[in-house]
Ligand binder design. Sequence first.
Ligand SMILES: Cc1cc2nc3c(=O)[nH]c(=O)nc-3n(C[C@H](O)[C@H](O)[C@H](O)COP(=O)(O)OP(=O)(O)OC[C@H]3O[C@@H](n4cnc5c(N)ncnc54)[C@H](O)[C@@H]3O)c2cc1C
Length: 223
Amino acid sequence: MNDSKIKNIVILGGGTAGWMAANLLHKKWQHLGIQVTVVESPDIGIIGVGEGSTPLLKVFFDSLDIEESEWMPACNATYKNGISFVDWSTVAGYESYFHPFPTSLDFATFGFLYKYSTLRRQGLDLLAHPNRFSLLANLTEKRLAPLPAESFPFHFQYGYHFDSVLIGKFLRERAKEKGVNHIEATVESVEQHDNGDIKSLKLNTGEELSADFFVDCSGFAQF
Ligand SMILES: Cc1cc2nc3c(=O)[nH]c(=O)nc-3n(C[C@H](O)[C@H](O)[C@H](O)COP(=O)(O)OP(=O)(O)OC[C@H]3O[C@@H](n4cnc5c(N)ncnc54)[C@H](O)[C@@H]3O)c2cc1C
């Protein structure tokens, strides 16, 4: 990205994607004086559903230096160790399976899972259920959060369950506090340069919003 050319970024859409992008781009490039603007339509709603994440959401909040103690209570969030697949198999004793987010400890225990499974396939009567070999599956069975003591020598990763509407609001307020512009208007058409690059967005307020770089976070809406 050429910081001498790009001074204004416009993000179309104020759903989860738009406000995540706004927070990330502002944090990454504010020191270059790059201004980020989010334009969202008051007439086209957000999807705003979904309740669970993978560990990448932790990477996202960590990259913004937002503590769990700040965003989790604001978004009714709790920890997610993995995903339960209930009745995924008809084999007795294996009907349910907990798909964990792997920890570094699992790399040691999964070797035994492989051995147990191989022996079971060869006819030995061994319990080779994957849940027995995963740390997070065991924590979940005991209703424990994936928060070890600092001295715990293995790397953990986990996701979250949350209220996605509250996450959207939290990210919007955070971005605005940090200096991201927010325009409530509907984009009616897109103006292009001769080479096809986007020049500006025409709003239903009559305003024309130009920028050096555009990010399309308009979701499934057609315009
Ligand atoms: C049933 C269901 C369950 C789901 N579960 C999960 C889950 O557990 N975990 C997960 O991560 N994801 C989940 N998802 C997916 C997740 O909800 C969506 O990916 C996400 O909400 C999409 O956000 P978005 O910002 O891309 O789009 P949207 O929320 O649609 O936002 C679009 C934005 O663009 C704006 N816009 C559009 N057109 C214009 C225009 N012409 N002018 C101005 N503004 C405009 C709108 O105003 C809005 O602000 C689920 C989805 C569904 C349907």
